[in-house]
Design a protein around this ligand. Sequence first.
Ligand code: PLP
Length: 286
Amino acid sequence: MTRTVYVNGHYLPEHEATVSIFDRGFLMADGVYEVTSVLDGKLIDFDGHIKRLHRSLGELDMAAPCSDEDLITMHRELVALNNIDQGMIYLQVTRGNPGDRSFVFPPADLPPTIVAFTQDIPNLADAPAAKTGFKVISIPDLRWDRRDIKTVQLLYPSMGKMMAKKAGVDDSWFVEDGAVTEGTSNNAYIVKGNRIITRQLSTDILHGITRVAVLRFAAEAQFEVEERPFTIEEAQGADEAFSTAASIFVMPVVEIDGKPVGTGKPGPVATRLRELYLDEMRKAAV
Ligand code: PLP
């Protein structure tokens, strides 16, 4: 089946969808994005993703591309047109096409470019990787200093993923000033006894939508939550570690820089949080 994608108000077969070479997203990485997971044909935590989209746009002085109602309608339409039961919807909004290349922002009334597409992942909830866990390496965090804005400038995270691949592992955790910031495309956590430790929100990390929900479920399940930086050494000596993102939910991390974390297998806390997250978010899906 040919995928149907969305470009500026039109639903098109993917091979007919085009964006100008002058688009600010293409030339300047001047755009933001969101990735919403789909389970049972429904959107997971869409409200959270829309709120963060508005925040990212606001931080870059970009206007909302359309109403929230239009966005949810478009997401649901893409799910239906592509018959998605489990998978993801990628949404990107750029500053648009000024018709030439310039470092100066175009006038604020230039229409943004909006594109969206589905990714069909039939075993998203039941991902085999969740049973074995991720192995990660640590690498220096060489990204810009506004990681709280979800921009499309993903070259360094992509390089980080390739460094992991070359090292024969699943992901990289970024380290800055001796402490872990986050994963290439996920937030990072460690578990010590009944305590879940993750870096506090700031411009150093993306404010994960999955993070908000997981910390809420953790607190409700009587875990202590401590928001502070931690080092790779502390993580290697922790009982468990895990990462969260809309694409992986809660993913156990079983090895860091070649050293096993805890038993070297997915631990009970990460496993429980993953179950809790999936159960609760499925109930609340729209
Ligand atoms: N941190 C980074 C750098 C990310 O790219 C992502 C997701 O893409 C996350 C954290 C997790 O965010 P979310 O839970 O909203 O998917």
